[in-house]
Design a protein around this ligand. Structure first.
Ligand code: RAM
Length: 874
């Protein structure tokens, strides 16, 4: 039966706070029959049992992003919805149900005001009396604990808390944390908009006294971010602010709202400071036990001040928040001398440690220092630059104390624990992994352990570097939303996880960071120092919206981005009327971190100019806008590129792998020269004994282009390479994440320059897209949107004897795998209902292909949905 599953509203499962006026309703499809497809659907939306919108039967194969088109949605209201689908036989097939709840839809419903600590009442900091705090942290403020006690006449039947901060907050209610978010409200371009979260707190409230509270810390708003030595912190404001309102409904229909106002009180607690880069300092003896619960005496607390009466632009959180998603146990804990332990988690991770301390005397000082790698058995921390990544706990002296620094995060594999009383047991130190909780639904696996390790490294890089925004790295004083890193890795990211809502939100910051002239930035949200985006960096503002459209059918984000995409190419064009992009190239990084093969920067820039214009043209077509001007411009840039950079023998200026890759992947060569140019590329790889020279920009194209032009063998040779430079080299030297640089560490030279040497950057992990698209062979046909038309082209090769991948697409599950069995290859594929596929069976003998029943079939097959197995001679 054809069955809808994974119902979502605006890309989320049963979201509590939706503030889009026309939310998009989607479902995916599965079926136990082959050649199944949806031919019609019906959506019924009800609220309080009353129908709000009923589409009736709609003859349509579409199962994604159906815009709600009923009466205006009411604020803070639950809507239930049900979808029924009809299959190819016209029979009514499956149905499924879901719901969403609207957020605060009208600005005038915000009655809460921004509150903050009164800077005049007590000093903003209260430094702990210890001698070795650095100047950076010595004056950091102690986070205020904010509270408000109130009395309810009865237990409510429904209660929702809406909360946010200019900073980071942890909501508390009646003695417990509310929800499971970390680092809320997340990082956006705060000058333009701040996200707020909605929590169902019905069960936490009671008749009588209740206490609502929050711990409020600097976060991205006021804390350290980035590397600009002239502007290291307080990018948005000096001190954090909090805003909340709690809506309570009683059985008799009456309501009550408790909001942030002048009646709140505050005081600092055990946390002396908390900063994302520097770490967290906590004094257990100052714990405010019971502060967030009824019955607590807060008479000596200080009234807050109203920091701002205008709510500003508050937007309901549109994607999955940061959460702790996994716990790691130490693979080893080694005592070093009397007072130190070295903990190894066996994995370069992002998050924090939870440390349990037993039987310590009061006032013992325990210090946790973090590092990604070791040098001579000790932490190597030079590459963290000014990020101190150090957490401190002063014991209170209880039988058992648990220290978990909840308002900082570090990128680390190793932790040095100093001052722990007695022997640190493995069970008392836990690695808490956190990241934006995008649903991870894709998977790749093969029978080569190094390739599997590479894939795991790619996934860990995606997790750890997605902390609210896509960042370049999680450990040093940077952690910024670099656009090139994001666009290069984005295709891989879509394979591993559903990243549509995550990217769609971040793209609003990319647009907000564009200059009035139309230049996208290098980084978003935009913090100090960086201006116009460089080639391949600024272009991320064009590439990612297009990718979301192609992968997820996300028309809404494409529409919202289209104006800025056009403005970007017009900006480049305006300053480069001869169509070779030489002017206004920003920081012009070129093929960043390439290996002794500098691709001419004007070539790289012009290739990206052409590509962005091509994508704007494609976007125009998709949106029903006149594409002709962009297609014409693209033709002219292509001609200019050929004229300027391509010789008659197919040589591309600079003669670098990346130069050829750009020319081939972006279709910039005259057809007659494609083979010759490709030959030069392949020859370059071979001449280097199967080594690459590509940096951030070229690397993503390498294996796909080699495979597309019939040299999957070379792509595999690069995949399996384990001498420098290669992915395998880092793995041979213990990498558990993707390194920023091919030579992050080499046997000859040791560590690269500490000024820039992260061991957890995802850019060079962009080969992940090829593991799915090349090795397993899952691609979309040209022109296909949302995996409607598949091109399945598994590539048997290298030392692999089996490989496969699966991913959840907006249609449903797609899978492709192959294995060698003697002189046979067995191929298994799965195509979701409503999709079709061209399958290219990898065989040396096209006449040998058999289907499951043993009947001969062609080696190029057109398949409709279902699960298939084919066997052929290798
Ligand atoms: C580094 C960042 C990032 C890269 C830029 C150019 O500082 O880590 O990865 O995009 O430089």
């Amino acid at each position: 039966m054809l069955t809808p599953y994974a119902l979502s509203t605006d890309g989320r499962t049963t979201p509590l706070g939706v503030d889009e006026r026309t939310p998009l309703l989607s479902w995916r499809l599965r079926s136990d029959r082959d050649a199944d497809a949806q031919t019609a659907y019906r959506i019924e939306v009800t609220t309080g049992g009353v129908t709000a919108w009923d589409t009736g039967r709609v003859e349509s194969a579409e199962n994604s992003a159906i815009a709600y088109d009923g009466p205006t949605l009411r604020s803070r209201t639950r809507y239930d919805w049900r979808v029924t689908v009809w299959d190819g036989s016209g029979e009514e097939a499956g149905a499924a149900e879901s719901w969403f709840e609207t957020a605060i839809l009208h600005a005038d419903e915000w009655v809460g005001t921004w509150i903050a600590r009164d800077p005049n009442v007590h000093p903003p900091f209260d430094p702990p009396v210890v001698d070795d705090l650095t100047d950076r942290v010595r004056h950091l403020p102690a986070p205020p604990h904010l509270r408000r006690s109130f009395t309810l006449p009865a237990k409510p039947v429904r209660a929702r808390l809406h909360a946010t901060a200019r900073g980071v907050y942890e909501p508390r209610l009646n003695g417990a944390k509310v929800g499971d978010r970390e680092l809320a409200p997340g990082w956006t371009e705060y000058r333009t908009r701040v996200l707020y979260q909605t929590y169902d707190v019905t069960d936490a409230l009671t008749a009588g006294e209740n206490v609502l509270g929050a711990v409020l810390v600097d976060g991205w708003y006021a804390g350290f971010i980035g590397f600009d030595s002239r502007h290291q912190a307080q990018h948005y404001g000096d001190a954090p602010q909090f805003l909340a309102q709690l809506h309570v409904e009683f059985a008799d229909g009456s309501t009550r709202t408790i909001a942030t106002d002048a009646d709140w009180v505050e005081r600092p607690g055990a946390i002396r400071y908390a900063d994302q880069l520097m770490g967290q300092y906590e004094d257990g003896s100052r714990e405010l036990t019971g502060w967030d619960a009824p019955g607590y005496d807060a008479s000596d607390w200080t009234p807050v001040v109203i920091a701002d009466t205008a709510p500003g632009t508050l937007v309901a959180e549109p994607d999955e928040p940061v959460r702790v998603t996994e716990e790691l146990t130490a693979v080893s804990v080694t005592a070093i001398g009397a007072d130190r332990h070295l903990v190894d988690f066996g994995q370069n991770m992002v998050g924090r440690v939870r440390l349990t301390v037993r039987g310590a005397e009061p006032g013992r000082r325990i210090v946790l220092r973090h590092a990604e790698v070791l040098a001579d058995g000790e932490l190597y921390r030079e590459n963290l630059r000014t990020a101190e990544a150090t957490d401190v706990y002063l014991t209170a002296g209880g039988a058992t104390e648990v220290f978990e620094p909840r308002f900082t995060f570090h990128g680390f594999r190793y932790v040095e624990v100093t001052g722990y009383p007695g022997v640190l047991a493995g069970k008392d130190v836990v690695g808490r992994v956190l990241h934006s909780d995008t649903p991870f639904t894709g998977h790749f696996e093969c029978d080569d352990e190094t390739v599997n390790q590479l894939y795991r490294n790619i996934r860990w890089g995606q997790r750890g570097n997605w902390v609210s925004v896509p960042t370049d790295c999680p450990q040093r004083d940077e952690r910024l939303g670099w656009l090139a890193d994001a666009q290069i890795f984005a295709p891989t990211a879509t394979r591993n996880a559903d990243v549509q809502a995550f990217f769609a939100r971040w793209l609003a910051d990319v647009r907000a960071a564009a200059t009035p002239e139309g230049a996208f930035p290098d980084i978003a949200p935009k913090v100090a120092m960086l201006t116009e985006g460089a080639p391949a960096w600024g272009d991320g503002g064009v590439i990612i919206p297009w990718l979301l459209y192609r992968i997820y059918g996300d028309v809404r984000t494409l529409e919202r981005s289209f104006g800025s995409m056009v403005a970007w190419i017009e900006h480049v064009h305006r300053h480069n009327p001869d169509l070779i992009w030489r002017h206004r190239t920003g920081n012009n990084y070129g093929d960043w971190l390439q290996v002794d093969a500098e691709t001419p920067r004007d070539l790289l820039a012009t290739a990206y100019f052409a590509q962005s214009v091509a994508l704007v043209g494609a976007a125009a077509r998709a949106l029903g806008v006149d594409a002709q001007p962009y297609e014409d411009l693209h033709g002219r840039i292509r001609a200019a590129f050929q004229n300027e950079f391509v010789e008659d023998d197919g040589r591309v200026e600079g003669d670098t792998q990346t130069g050829y890759l750009l020319a081939l992947a972006f279709d910039l060569l005259p057809p007659a020269l494609v083979d010759r140019a490709f030959h030069r590329l392949a020859a370059d790889v071979e001449k280097r004994d199967n080594h690459l020279t590509t940096g951030f920009v070229g690397v993503a194209l390498l294996c796909p282009v080699l495979t597309k032009h019939g040299r999957a063998d070379l792509a595999y040779a690069l995949l399996h390479q384990d001498t420098y430079p290669s992915w395998g080299y880092s793995i041979a030297h213990g990498a558990t994440t993707i390194w920023e640089r091919w030579d992050g560490w080499t046997t000859e030279r040791g560590f690269q320059a500490a000024e820039m040497n992260s061991f957890n950057h995802y850019s060079l992990g962009s080969i992940g897209d090829w593991l799915f698209g090349g090795v397993a062979g899952i691609e979309q046909a040209p022109g296909s949107v949302g995996y409607r038309e598949l091109e399945l082209r598994p590539a048997v090769g290298g030392r692999l004897t089996r490989a496969g991948a699966s991913q959840e697409t907006i249609r449903g599950r797609v899978a492709s795998s192959w294995r060698l069995d003697g002189d046979q290859v067995v191929v298994d594929v799965e195509i979701p209902p409503g999709s079709t596929a061209n399958l290219h069976v990898p065989t040396s003998d096209p006449s040998s292909v058999r289907d499951r029943s043993g009947s001969p079939v062609a080696d190029q097959l057109r398949l409709s949905s279902g699960r298939y197995r084919f066997t052929a001679t290798r």
